[in-house]
Design a protein. Structure first.
Length: 300
């Protein structure tokens, strides 16, 4: 199906590699099987676009499989969204974006005898986070137009799903999804680097506290910084959650485990957020002068 036919000049290089039987046949087989089971969710021209836009379409397959594995029932095609599932009286609507990799001038590359090594620093993470905020903002604006046109109801739950496929494949780092505070959350909340406080003197090796620094912006050299408060702004309250995956070819594909979600407290309070069933999910509690991020527990 997806890999039928002769090679075309317009084929993406990833498609050309996957079409070779000696290059990760497991990935090619997974793409075929996932396309077959999620076909009713996808556009009719998906096979043709898969050849030209392989990273974006693999991302679409990944999220389709993740939500299907989480038990969501397909709803069929909904204009303006990549995936749609049944949700009580409403719908779970998912729009997917696959950001471009960040520029190679954000890391140092060293080539040796048969190997390549990369040196990264804080600006590399900032470059990756900027790709996430850029992809999110573009999709959020498109979705806003559908909301303004009355095509989305209050019973719907809207998710922007961001794939780190190209960031991971074509760059040395990408935001992670594990831990008590996932790295990708730093694109949407003013969270900086982790710190540990220790005593000076005889007990210097014993931590007495720790946490995450407050950081208001994502920095970018030569340009204005990007605010990290997307999920603290009312203008993005029409987006209920961000799903993220750092998927790349170097790991086995287990869609649900490789996806995480951060729910937007401006859309719904943490207690009212709808668990998506992904590998790990986080919600945000907002106080008068503080916020706290923590695991989202499925509704009982």
């Amino acid at each position: 199906m997806l890999f039928d036919g002769n090679e075309l000049e317009t084929d993406h290089r990833y498609f050309q590699n996957l079409g070779k039987t000696d290059f990760r046949p497991d990935i090619a087989a997974w793409c075929e099987a996932t396309f077959e089971r999620s076909q009713m969710l996808l556009d009719d021209d998906f096979p043709a676009r898969f050849r030209r836009e392989t990273p974006q379409r693999i991302s679409e397959l990944l999220f389709a499989a993740a939500f299907l594995d989480a038990g969501w029932e397909p709803l069929g095609r909904v204009p303006g969204f990549d995936l749609a599932f049944k949700l009580g009286e409403g719908r779970l609507l998912v729009e997917i974006t696959t950001p471009e990799p960040h520029s190679p001038d954000t890391w140092t590359e060293t080539k040796g005898d048969g190997y390549t090594s990369w040196s990264t620093d804080a600006k590399t993470e900032d470059a990756a986070l900027r790709r996430l905020t850029g992809g999110f903002a573009t999709k959020a604006e498109t979705i806003r137009k559908h909301c303004d046109a009355g095509e989305v109801s209050g019973a719907d739950y809207i998710v922007v799903a961001i794939s780190g496929f190209r960031i991971t494949q074509e760059s040395p780092v990408a935001p992670e999804i594990g831990g008590p505070v996932p790295d990708f959350a730093k694109a949407f909340l003013p969270i900086g680097s982790r710190y540990v406080t220790v005593r000076l003197g005889a007990d210097a090796d014993i931590p007495i506290g720790g946490g995450w620094q407050f950081k208001a912006t994502i920095d970018q050299e030569g340009k204005n910084p990007v605010d990290r408060d997307f999920f603290l702004r009312p203008e993005f309250q029409h987006i209920h959650a961000v799903a993220y995956t750092p998927l790349h070819f170097g790991e086995p594909i287990s869609p649900v485990k490789e996806c995480a979600a951060l729910h937007n407290p401006m859309a719904r309070p943490k207690a009212e957020a709808i668990a998506l069933g992904l590998g790990c999910e986080f919600g945000v509690d907002i106080g008068e002068d503080e916020f706290a991020i923590g695991p989202l527990k499925p509704a009982s």
